[in-house]
Design a protein around this ligand. Structure first.
Ligand SMILES: *[C@@H]1O[C@H](CO)[C@@H](O)[C@H](O)[C@H]1NC(C)=O
Ligand SMILES: [Ca+2]
Length: 227
């Protein structure tokens, strides 16, 4: 980190704009439904992505569409998007194109998902509660842009905005990570089990974030490992 960036980070923290926090055993509670609230995440990204993995854990009783992770660039609002359009279905977007992964309808429990993508092969992986789903093909040769607005709780239709409250998230979110690599199967399982993980560009244990609106950080009520 350069001296200027360091000072900007210090100033931001002192002025209470950006929190950096170890959120281990904590959750974001998105209290309202529908909601205009969201959380902005600050990622340490230096170059365009040829590979990535995103993981998170969610707990909700929503049955309408909702966004879980929205990474927009100025050129493409759905640069990386993890969306649940309806119960029993997840969608992963890369560069505006998507693949669908059909899953059992939630047992009203925490769901842990990891999605990864590799430009060289265009292979998208989807893991639910530590288990891989059949891999799919998406955007071979594409490069994910690096100047991004990364948000939880809303789906962006413009850089940092363009929200539809009926795609908002309501419920609890935790264990959000983004890596600039495809994780190995062992690490995918480690993410599900909340074990030790490789350094990430976004890490739940040292998350730089900014809450916008009605989102509260609370301790977990119980262990969140699903079935
Ligand atoms: C992306 O992943 C592929 C396959 O694992 C690897 O060969 C390549 O070097 C990676 N690219 C970058 C920029 O990390
Ligand atoms: Ca969008």
């Amino acid at each position: 980190m350069g001296q200027l960036q360091l000072w900007l980070a210090v100033l931001a923290v002192l002025s209470g704009i950006v929190a950096q926090e170890d959120l281990y055993r904590k959750v974001f509670v998105f209290r309202k439904d529908p909601s205009n609230a969201y959380v902005v995440l600050r990622a340490k990204l230096e170059q365009p992505l040829q590979n990535f993995t995103v993981c998170l854990r969610s707990y909700t009783d929503l049955t309408r569409p909702y966004s879980l992770f929205s990474y927009a660039t100025k050129a493409q609002d759905n640069e990386i998007l993890l969306l649940k359009p309806k119960p029993g279905e997840y969608r992963l977007y890369v560069g505006g194109k998507f693949v669908t992964f059909r899953v059992p309808e939630g047992g009203r429990d925490w769901e842990h998902v990891c999605a990864s993508w590799e430009s060289a092969t265009g292979i998208a992986e989807f893991w639910l509660n530590g288990k891989p789903w059949p891999r799919k093909g998406l955007q071979r040769g594409y490069t994910v842009g690096v100047e991004a607005a990364v948000l939880l709780g809303q789906e962006q239709d413009a850089f940092g905005g363009g929200f539809d409250v009926y795609n908002s998230f309501s419920g609890e979110l935790a264990d959000v990570y983004l890596w600039d690599v495809g994780l190995s199967p062992d690490k995918m399982r480690a993410a599900y089990q909340s074990l030790r993980l490789p350094p990430a560009v976004l890490a739940w244990k040292s998350l730089s974030y900014e809450v916008k609106g009605d989102v509260v950080v609370k301790p977990r009520l119980r262990e969140v490992l699903g079935p």
